[in-house]
Write a protein that binds this ligand. Structure first.
Ligand code: HEC
Length: 134
């Protein structure tokens, strides 16, 4: 029964998701100047620069939690306050990282060190990151 349900859900969800993931994969080329995606076992799922943290598991993961990355104190504080990336938070963050950080921390002095804005396709990029694993 469970197996049947899974297959049925997959059949319904697959066409839309496949498209989103493909678009997200293409859009992620906007991010690779600073981000790469590396699985915990070291497999490089997507090559990219080191200026930003590894985004493996960012979809649904705790903010500021990638081991070994030197986050700004503001992003570290987001994580300490328990912020976990949801699709909405992720979209708001990449649309305007500093504004998002100010809003959530309630601190007008807050800044994000990510000097890039992406105002479209956040849901597709999320789907791509999510598909690569958490
Ligand atoms: C110019 C470099 C640059 C580009 C391009 C860039 N980022 Fe970033 N990103 C950063 C840096 C640096 C940080 C860490 C910010 C901090 O510590 O305040 C970051 C942080 C993040 C985080 C938080 C990660 C965590 O561990 O909590 C997410 C999510 C993110 N970026 C997504 C994206 C996505 C998606 C794109 C492409 C649409 C992108 N970034 C493009 C530099 C960049």
């Amino acid at each position: 029964m469970v197996r049947f349900l899974c297959v049925a859900l997959w059949a319904v969800a697959a066409p839309a998701m496949a498209q989103d993931v493909a678009r997200g994969e293409a859009l992620f080329s906007n991010c690779t100047a600073c981000h790469r995606i590396v699985a915990p076992d070291g497999t490089v799922l997507r090559g990219g620069g080191l200026a930003g943290p590894n985004l493996y598991g960012a979809a649904g993961g705790r903010a500021g939690a990638q081991p070994g990355f030197n986050y700004s104190r503001w992003l570290t504080r987001l994580g300490e306050q328990g912020v976990t990336w949801t699709p909405d938070d992720f979209a708001a963050y990449i649309e305007n990282p500093t504004q998002y950080t100010k809003n959530v921390l309630g601190d007008p002095a807050a800044r994000a060190r990510m000097a890039f804005r992406q105002s479209t396709g956040a849901a597709d990029i999320w789907a791509y990151l999510d598909a690569l694993g958490r």
